[in-house]
Design a protein around this ligand. Structure first.
Ligand code: MD3
Ligand code: FE
Length: 216
């Protein structure tokens, strides 16, 4: 096994259906990873990763930033999309073309033609970081899908139902995997298990997740 295997993580081009309108595209992002990483560095240089506080007063273990016309934020007053980064007072960085193109192509591959995201939330996980079960319901247009791209360390994604107490499916997500969620699956509860200690050849001890949304 070479020490730097660019295709490490997952089988390429497999598809797995998670629900009526949710699909994992295994390894779909692998061909553009070398363009994605510098694009994420450029985003982070303008709007750094930060740990936001939830309305309940908890500091998130996941650090986040955004690119695109709108960015997702949380504070003691609630969750919202904003055109301005509250930490810098400036607009979020523009969405790099390589990111927008990947999101549009992944959505089309899952049956959602013409997806043009206006928001990309970038989550950064370290060992121990987790995301508790939640719904994404701050986007105005819930006919548009959400596209999620996983990079770096693997994680166990939790896919629940329409109610918080519904049973949860555990789905491993690896470097390069893309998931597309739409229609009937768009409002299902979901989360991420605490990341296990590990190192990824390209990204070290971190996992990056990009979620593309039509928020406005
Ligand atoms: C299923 N992020 O940022 S991406 C989030 O891996 C979020 O960072 C996770 O949940 C992560 O809100 C999971 C996959 C995802 C995103 C949105 C969804 C799955 C979804 C919306 C509805 C159903
Ligand atoms: Fe979510």
């Amino acid at each position: 096994m070479p020490s730097l295997d660019l295709f490490e993580g997952t089988a390429q081009n497999e598809r797995q259906r998670l629900g009526p309108a949710a699909m994992v595209l295994r390894g779909f992002a692998l061909p553009c990873v070398r363009e994605l990483l510098p694009a994420i560095d450029a985003i982070e240089a303008i709007s750094p990763f930060r740990h936001m506080v939830t309305p309940g007063g908890f500091t998130m273990s996941v650090a986040l930033t955004n690119c695109g016309a709108l960015g997702w934020t949380t504070d003691r007053r609630g969750y919202r999309y904003s055109a301005v980064d509250p930490d810098t007072g400036a607009p979020w960085p523009a969405m790099p073309a390589v990111l927008a193109r990947l999101a549009t192509q992944a959505a089309a591959a899952a049956g959602f033609d013409g997806f043009e995201p206006d928001a990309c939330l970038v989550n950064r996980y370290r060992p121990g970081s987790r995301l508790s079960l939640h719904q994404d319901r701050n986007e105005r247009d819930d006919t548009a899908p959400i596209v999620s791209v996983s990079l770096g360390m693997s994680a166990t994604f939790l896919f629940g139902g329409q109610a918080r107490t519904d049973p949860v499916l555990k789905v491993p997500l690896h470097h390069g995997d893309v998931v597309v969620w739409g229609g009937a699956d768009r409002l299902r509860y979901h989360g991420v298990m605490p990341l296990k200690e590990a190192r990824h050849a390209l990204l070290g001890s971190q996992r990056l997740n990009l979620t593309f949304r039509k928020a406005g």
